[in-house]
Design a protein around this ligand. Structure first.
Ligand code: IMP
Length: 199
């Protein structure tokens, strides 16, 4: 049995404004006061694990222990089939210290030169941790294909080059609600809610 989240306040263990926005949207139906690690000035731990789940748990545990409150972390990224899953857990790092995703998308395009397979997936691991060290972990993914040049200005990160299966627009061309209905984050979130949130 998963542990139920019964508090009134949840710390979002991320400094990424795009993730904060999407997770706040996904948590809107629940009466939870959401505060981000950035707003609490919590330090950003180094992501030293080798899997999405491992890094999500590392971030959630650090925030739960530092704040004394349950914390939710997201570790996610783009996994490109023809690049053996890269950038994967290094998705944020491909954007460099300035977090410039036009650079990261350019690098994906360059590394795909001469390769025909454009399939990719977004993966999202969510970890909900308590200050006593208890962790509940979930993972969701959405499959699609990559397009160049990037299209659209909604969303964040690699959204402008990702077209989900069955669609012709990129995540960055869709309304946020359309992305939320199918995204890797929404799928991981549905599992988290089913296991840990009472309706
Ligand atoms: P991390 O989980 O903080 O290591 O960062 C994951 C990176 O993957 C983000 O900075 C984004 O670049 C990328 N990423 C994760 N989820 C999405 C998404 O929904 N759309 C676009 N890019 C994403």
């Amino acid at each position: 049995m998963a542990r139920i989240f019964s508090g009134a306040r949840l710390v979002l263990a991320t400094h990424n404004p795009g993730k904060v926005r999407e997770i706040k949207d996904l948590l809107a139906p629940f009466s939870v006061d959401v505060v981000s690690a950035g707003e609490l000035n919590l330090p950003e731990p180094e992501e030293t694990e080798t899997t999405f789940i491992g890094n999500a748990q590392l971030k959630a545990l650090a925030a739960a222990k530092a704040s004394g409150q349950p914390a939710l972390a997201d570790d996610s990224g783009l996994s490109v089939a023809a690049l053996n899953g890269a950038p994967g857990i290094y998705s944020a790092r491909w954007a460099g210290p300035a977090k410039d995703f036009s650079i990261a998308m350019k690098r994906v395009e360059q590394e795909l030169q001469g390769k025909t397979d454009r399939t990719a997936k977004f993966v999202c691991a969510l970890s909900l941790c308590w200050p006593d060290g208890h962790a509940e972990n979930f993972e969701g993914e959405v499959r699609g294909r990559l397009v160049f040049p990037p299209r659209g200005n909604k969303g964040f990160g690699y959204d402008p080059i990702f077209v989900p299966v069955g669609h012709s627009t990129t995540f960055a061309e869709m309304e946020p609600a359309a992305k939320h209905a199918m995204s890797h984050r929404a799928k991981a979130f549905a599992q988290l809610v089913a296991a840990c949130f009472k309706n």
